[in-house]
Write a protein that binds this ligand. Structure first.
Ligand code: WT7
Length: 639
């Protein structure tokens, strides 16, 4: 099933099919030349580069625009002021419909300068880390850009993470300052952010100050000497602040993400390459043109928010919508109401959100004027055909192509996607590689698969400017995780195949990473969280398919002693406390033992079969240390 490029876009889009072919070919043949041209076109540099790229995957070495200098805040704000001072940079849509704030580029400049001056007055120097634990409010964007302005490195922590999760991230990044709000709102839930931060920072020594934004009138605790209230002091600072000129390879931010083993990794993105890649992909993938109202519904706590709410759109001088609420509050028509009200031209959200609103209000979009839309996007997990078709027909009215964008925290920006005027779409396929991206699918022997429809592991040959540069403080882990599976290739962790048309289909992770509602969760992290409940000797978690969330977590747990009455609650609470509510298992199953090989490795494959009701297809279990445990687990699960 294939959908053509809509007529209107054929005429108006930035690039047509022929141009895509030409540009793509050029980008692969002469990547340095290709990216240097775009770097000149898209960004303003204080100093040009000596060398465009210097990358050797064998050594996990990635460098772009060596010797060049720029400032990301200048590129996202200052340089737009001559033409765009009065244009809205941010349109904030608060949790309750009707709560709204518009921030023009001029106001953004003033707010960011004030905050940059405040940071400087607290002794924050270039290279220092600032942790941001904020809801989706304009101050979150100010906080990020003010870091960029003074060369400090931000580490945004999603406001759904628990105290323990913040603590780990603050300690790993040795943040000097934490910025939070008194509380946050998501639908009808109130999240006591300041209390959570207080708990997170108990006995943490690196943090010198906590800056609290008053999101509401509710009272909150203030620790004398440490805590400052944003609204009480921000006016004391000048609305002019110089930009710290940074090297292209200076870290812009750290963002923690989960892997198959161990603790979350601090993914490091740098200033020049990242900003360029975010800007270029934002423009071409969404066909962003001057004057478009652009809305990405993602949270700034994740990479989608960094690249496609903040950096990409603002580097391009766009008006970007900040959406604080959830798609189902106060009802499942919230998105459509927002699109109608703000006359949104480009809308970007996740399959899980589409499925949730399609289920609750299948005809919801019919009631609204969505004619402003020209391109709609999807990100975070494979989008199933039903959700795709609903989105296409109900929301896009058959006139807006769906950009199913495949990428990762590590890639900084979109690597595989259709392009509105240049590439047709197929439901469920992320379509074709972006400029400069060379996907490779390898078989179990690390041979490159040349035949369509044959599934293998997805790797990328050659670097692109938005690629992560290292794992914070752990270059060895960077090399091991991404460059050790096949020499000379970047390993994505995903499985995929391509079809006869050269369209890519991503089928899911091949490692122990679970994707719940687009949130990336490591099995190992959930398992160690479960053990902190104190009642569990050993746990193994697997994913099962879920109608709305895409995947849900099933936990198999071996109790230490007799089962307490509230055992399931204790296990779930432990996960909430260690990671956050979004990582809670859907179901906890208490079993007498786990299926292990003789060398002690847990066979999650077997648990996956049991959890998805396919216990008849388990196959050979003779390699297990104790094969009889399998039937016992099946009995517990079906109980
Ligand atoms: C993993 C990365 C990219 C921003 C949000 C997630 C899965 C992401 C798609 C897509 C199929 C997708 C992959 C990937 N994924 N987008 N369009 N189709 N799968 O970033 O948290 O780093 O997760 O999300 O498995 O590896 P992330």
């Amino acid at each position: 099933m294939k959908f053509p490029i809509p007529k209107l876009l054929k005429k108006s889009a930035l690039i047509n099919p022929k141009q895509y072919q030409q540009m793509y070919a050029e980008s692969i043949k002469h990547p340095d030349l290709f990216w240097s041209k775009l770097a000149e076109e898209f960004l303003t540099w204080n100093k040009s580069w000596d060398k465009v790229s210097n990358c050797k995957f064998q050594n996990a070495q990635i460098e772009w625009f060596q010797g060049a200098e720029l400032n990301a805040s200048y590129n996202c704000i200052d340089r737009h002021l001559p033409q765009r001072a009065k244009q809205p940079a941010l349109i904030w849509e608060g949790n309750s419909p009707g709560e709204k704030r518009t921030v023009t580029y001029l106001e953004l400049h003033q707010e960011v300068c004030r905050l940059a001056n405040l940071y400087r007055s607290l002794g924050i120097k270039p290279g220092d880390r600032i942790a941001i634990y904020l809801p989706m409010i304009p101050e979150a964007v100010f906080a990020m850009l003010a870091c960029a302005r003074i060369g400090a490195i931000h580490s945004v922590v999603f406001a759904g993470f628990s105290a323990q999760a913040i603590r780990e991230r603050v300690l790993d990044s040795e943040a000097k300052l934490v910025i939070t709000a008194n509380e946050g709102f998501r639908g009808d839930k109130v999240i006591p952010l300041k209390d959570i931060v207080d708990q997170a920072l108990e006995a943490v020594e690196c943090v010198e100050h906590v800056l609290v934004v008053k999101r509401s009138a509710s009272a909150f605790n203030l620790q004398a000497g440490r805590d400052l209230v944003y609204q009480e002091i921000i006016q004391n600072y000048s609305d002019q602040a110089e930009c710290q000129v940074m090297s292209a390879e200076a870290p812009l931010f750290i963002l923690y993400t989960s892997g198959s083993t161990g603790k979350p990794k601090g993914v490091v993105h740098t200033t020049g390459g990242y900003l360029l890649y975010a800007a270029v992909t934002h423009k071409y993938v969404f066909d962003y043109q001057d004057g478009d109202i652009y809305c990405c519904a993602a949270d700034i706590g994740w990479i989608t928010g960094h690249s496609y709410v903040v950096y990409g759109p603002l580097a391009n001088g766009a008006t970007t919508v900040l959406f604080e609420s959830i798609p189902t509050y106060p009802n499942a028509e919230r998105y459509w109401q927002l699109i109608e009200k703000l006359k949104v031209n480009i809308f970007y959200t996740a399959p899980t959100a589409i499925r949730a609103v399609a289920k609750d209000a299948p005809n919801g979009p019919d009631k609204y004027d969505l004619s402003s839309l020209k391109v709609i996007g999807s990100v975070g997990e494979p989008i199933n055909k039903d959700a795709w078709l609903w989105y296409y027909e109900k929301v896009g009215r058959g006139q807006c192509p769906i950009m199913d964008t495949w990428w990762q925290t590590e890639t900084g920006g979109i690597l595989i996607s259709a392009l509105p005027g240049a590439i047709e779409t197929k439901p469920g396929s992320a379509s074709r590689p972006f400029f400069g991206v060379n996907p490779v699918i390898l078989d179990p022997n690390n041979e490159i698969i040349q035949t369509p429809m044959e599934k293998g592991r997805l790797f990328i040959a050659g670097s692109w400017p938005g690629q992560m540069r290292t794992v914070y403080k752990d270059p060895a882990r960077f090399k091991q995780t991404y460059f050790s599976d096949a020499e000379g290739f970047y390993f994505t962790g995903d499985a995929a195949y391509f079809d006869e048309d050269g369209f890519y289909w991503i089928t899911g992770r091949v490692d122990d990473v679970i994707n719940v509602s687009g949130h990336r969760i490591g099995t190992a992290e959930v398992e160690s969280a479960i053990v902190t409940s104190g009642i569990i000797a050993e746990a193994a978690v697997v994913a099962v398919e879920h109608e709305i969330k895409g995947q849900a977590i099933i936990a198999f747990c071996v109790l230490k002693n007799l089962q307490p009455e509230n055992a399931e609650k204790l296990v779930k609470d432990a996960v909430r406390a260690e990671i956050g509510a979004f990582a809670q298992p859907e179901r906890v199953c208490f079993v007498p033992g786990l299926p292990k090989t003789r060398s002690g490795k847990i066979m999650r494959r077997i648990l996956r079969k049991i959890a998805s009701g396919e216990s008849k297809e388990i196959g050979d279990v003779t390699t297990l240390a104790d094969p009889s445990v399998v039937n016992e687990i099946i009995a517990c699960y079906n109980d």
